[in-house]
Design a protein around this ligand. Structure first.
Ligand SMILES: Cc1cc2nc3c(=O)[nH]c(=O)nc-3n(C[C@H](O)[C@H](O)[C@H](O)COP(=O)(O)O)c2cc1C
Length: 391
């Protein structure tokens, strides 16, 4: 081939790459849902799920994710104790395990960010592969096994973020024990001390299905001891206002376990500030179509939706609405979020739907939620919380 033709091919290729890059940049900048749904996400889905997770975190870490154009509205502002959430939509634990993407998550419109699960020492988690996309089911199965950088590294990262004022939203730290821990309770307690200067709330994760040492905490006496210890550690902090304590529950609790939790939560020493409902499920009788459906691990996404909403409604009734609930599990639309609000959730989190639809999903859910609250003639979303339980 002559040098002239080669030059033409090379400049044609460069022009095409620049063209595709510019087209993608414009579409990403304008938050085009169609571009994400039809081009970007299907392309990413050709990659291994864990690799795409890593690349997304790198992208978010780079700060090159454009700020959402959607302006939050007072109708969606909600409060838990002293914390005022500028919108009720948060990113659930597990997406930003190490606190690397917090500013970008705020910029794309999340009202709060939950980092973790973080454990005292860094740990690598389970063997790969450990994340599976169930495309036909709009779901994910993961058995990561709480891989993370450990308290010290994550804390330093978050401290810098606060010092630089690169994040002004509400920050939750999801805590868990190390896989090899000999004292799981002190692992949580240490977390409260270490992160006390950066956390607005702590999520006590006793519900990850992929680690062996959380099973003991299902026992009534152990859970009571854990909550007594973390509440006392929080109360002993000299910082004001003190971070809130939320307990994250599994959707697979037996009737007896639910009743035990309700009894424990009535104890004066175990007065938590909220329940996060729910983590992933090990349930598989959900008519799944995908070939990876029988992979062991926690199932999240659409098949979890009804399951978690039912538990929200049940716990709202059992606690007579006295403990605020953060509803999570299979939220893809504003309607899904509103169903959880009416079942008893004051705030909403999501993860799986975000991996299927990308950043434009956040504004779309908020817009739909806003019009659903308006249609019901409520002045604020707080008025809709638990309305279905009164029917
Ligand atoms: C890949 C993956 C990793 C997760 N890791 C954690 C975790 O480290 N800690 C935790 O409390 N929940 C974790 N979760 C559970 C989510 O926080 C959430 O409770 C669950 O996925 C249900 O929400 P969704 O259907 O919107 O994904 C993880 C979920 C997924 C999909």
């Amino acid at each position: 081939m002559s040098g002239g033709i080669l030059k033409k091919i090379r400049s044609g290729a460069i022009a095409s790459i620049i063209g595709i890059g510019a087209f993608s940049a414009v579409n990403i900048y304008y938050d085009k849902q169609k571009f994400y749904d039809q081009i970007l996400i299907p392309t990413i889905q050709y990659l291994d799920p864990e690799l795409s997770h890593k690349l997304t975190i790198l992208w978010f870490k780079s700060g090159l994710v454009p700020k959402s154009q959607y302006k939050d509205t007072p109708i969606l502002v909600n409060k838990i104790k002293h914390l005022s959430f500028r919108n009720p939509l948060g990113i659930a634990a597990g997406f930003d395990k190490n606190g690397e993407a917090v500013s970008s998550l705020e910029n794309i419109g999340f009202g709060f960010v939950e980092v973790g699960t973080v454990t005292p020492k860094a740990q690598t988690g389970n063997d790969k592969p450990r994340v599976f996309r169930l495309l036909e089911d709009k779901a994910i199965i993961n058995r990561y096994g709480l891989n993370n950088d450990g308290y010290e590294i994550v804390h330093t990262r978050l401290q810098k973020l606060k010092q630089n004022k690169s994040f002004n939203g509400i920050l939750g730290i999801n805590l868990g024990p190390n896989e090899t821990s000999e004292n799981t309770i002190s692992d949580y307690v240490n977390g409260i001390t270490v992160f006390s200067d950066v956390a607005d709330y702590f999520a006590i994760n006793v519900s990850c299905p992929n680690t062996s040492n959380l099973k003991n905490l299902k026992k009534k006496e152990n859970l009571k001891n854990l909550l007594t210890a973390v509440i006392s550690a929080r109360n002993n902090l000299t910082i004001e206002p003190k971070p809130l304590i939320f307990l994250k529950l599994s959707p697979d609790l037996t009737k007896e376990e639910k009743n035990d939790i309700i009894k424990i939560l009535k104890d004066k020493m175990c007065q938590i500030d909220g329940l996060i409902i729910s983590n992933t499920t090990v349930e598989r009788s959900l008519n799944l179509k995908s070939s990876s459906a029988s992979e062991p691990g926690g199932l999240s996404g659409l098949p979890l939706k009804e399951h978690s909403t039912k538990l929200i409604a049940e716990m709202f009734k059992l606690t007579k609405g006295s403990i605020p609930i953060i509803g999570v599990g299979g939220v893809f639309t504003g309607q899904d979020a509103y169903e959880k609000v009416k079942a008893g959730a004051s705030l909403i989190q999501l993860y799986t739907s975000f991996t299927f639809h990308g950043p434009p999903l956040i504004a779309n859910i908020k817009k739909e939620l806003q019009s659903l609250v308006n249609d019901d003639n409520y002045g604020n979303i707080a008025e809709a919380v638990g309305k279905d339980s009164k029917k």
